[in-house]
Design a protein around this ligand. Structure first.
Ligand code: PLP
Ligand code: COI
Length: 339
């Protein structure tokens, strides 16, 4: 293997040694298979290819100073994948199977878990596919669950430096009673036009509004949104955003740090009152937001005047990463060491 430049890793695909696969047939899950192939063999009439029966997860394994490899709140990812499966009528992956495959694939690819101190981690991508054949629109009878991994760096090239984001009103990511609250591929397909346009216009990401009234913030591309004012951590409540495990954890850590926490509708105009703003997620960790521009009106909201993250975002980032890498006591029992 060529030397990997751990501190220069982008957030991207990286070939590793093994992935794991398991098939649901005749109403039950089979044996776990180890594969070195990057290719999936799929029937051309499989429901994942036509009717979007596909869900995925995103988690990370972190190597500590002690050399140990830690997973952060994997049970929450297992549960969320079950909710995704329920939401689009796929076979659910039992928590025990999810755990076995995630832990095993990390072990098998342990040489790709970045060493401590580079801000990198091993990204884990569990993927559930409708592999059974249908031509009429109905759920498949067969499913494939696979897990692959790859070392990654920060999602936004800026790392922990403030990014620019764009509020838009002419494209929705998810419908109010649709699938925005689960992690299915269709949501991401629906977001591409908006996010590519934002990138071409010089923004790191798009901020989607709830689709009905276009008044309140939903989420920030592939991450949840939060703002901070008057010692309060404020994050949107909406049925069309993905419940972020990072955000759930930050709400808890914010309380631990003495902030009040509010989960409620956040009107776009309220941006003018925030002292800090950020995007949070497994891939993004915390990405501080420096500027938000409303695309239609050109209105600008500024959160960072010195090009640096704000003090509360910095404390939250350090606390979260401290727990994930094992530098800080795991007071909430969020971390599992992979033995
Ligand atoms: N929102 C969306 C649309 C996402 O894709 C993600 C990534 O998983 C998140 C939010 C953040 O969720 P989590 O913190 O569980 O990774
Ligand atoms: C994550 O934060 O883990 C994500 O899945 C975001 C994106 C890469 C889809």
């Amino acid at each position: 293997m060529h030397e990997i430049e751990w501190s220069k890793l982008p957030f991207g695909y990286f070939k590793t040694d093994y992935n794991l696969r398991c098939y649901y047939r005749d109403g039950k899950w089979g044996e776990i298979e180890i594969s070195s192939s990057e290719i999936v063999n799929m029937h051309m009439a499989a429901t994942c290819l036509h009717y979007g029966q596909e869900a995925f997860e995103g988690m990370k394994a972190y190597r500590g100073k002690d050399g140990k490899v830690r997973l952060f709140r994997w049970e929450e990812n297992a549960k969320r994948m079950q909710r995704s499966a329920e939401g689009i009528l796929m076979a659910k992956v039992p928590e025990t199977l999810f755990k076995e495959m995630v832990f095993k694939v990390v072990k098998l690819n342990e040489r790709f878990v970045p060493p401590y101190g580079h801000g990198a981690a091993l990204y884990i991508r569990p993927l559930l596919l409708g592999s059974g054949v249908q031509i009429g629109v109905s759920p498949a009878n067969e499913y494939m669950f696979m897990v692959f991994v790859g070392p990654v760096g920060p999602y936004f090239k800026e790392g922990f430096n403030p990014v620019k984001m764009q509020v838009i009103r002419d494209i929705d990511r998810a419908a109010p009673l649709g699938t925005g609250h689960i992690k299915v591929g269709g949501n991401y397909a629906g977001s591409l036009r908006a996010s590519e346009r934002a990138k071409s216009e010089g923004f790191a990401s798009v901020i989607f509004l709830e689709a009905k009234e276009k008044k309140y913030i939903d989420e920030a591309g592939p991450a949840n949104f939060f703002g901070i004012k008057d010692k309060t951590y404020i994050t949107p409540k909406s049925d069309s955003i993905l419940p972020s495990i990072t955000n759930m954890s930050l709400m808890r850590l914010a309380e631990d740090l003495g902030l009040k926490v509010e989960r409620r509708q956040v009107a776009v105009e309220e941006l003018a009152e925030f002292e800090e703003a950020g995007a949070c997620g497994t891939a993004a960790i915390i990405s501080p937001i420096g500027t938000i521009v409303e695309r239609e009106s050109g209105k600008i909201y500024t959160f960072s005047k010195d090009g640096k993250a704000g003090p509360w975002s910095t404390k939250l980032f350090q606390k979260l990463q401290g727990i994930q890498y094992g530098d800080e006591a795991d007071e909430h029992g969020w971390v599992t060491v992979i033995e």
